[in-house]
Design a protein around this ligand. Structure first.
Ligand SMILES: [Zn+2]
Length: 60
């Protein structure tokens, strides 16, 4: 997965993968696609390219 952002976006295996840049905003449908392929939903969950879904972790 190539990334042209600076600083580089986190990889999909990173715990903060959902903080990658938005590359396709479909917020009117409740989701957007991130630079690393993660789909971020506005209900607080994200879907990784391998198919698993997790709640967004808000780090303390
Ligand atoms: Zn990026």
């Amino acid at each position: 997965m190539s990334c042209a952002h600076t600083p580089a976006c986190p990889s999909v295996s990173d715990r903060s993968c959902w903080t990658a840049h938005v590359v396709a905003d479909h917020s009117e449908q409740g989701w957007c696609r991130l630079c690393n392929g993660v789909i971020l939903f506005d209900d607080g969950y994200y879907l990784a390219p391998d198919g698993h879904s997790e709640p967004v972790l808000v780090s303390a």
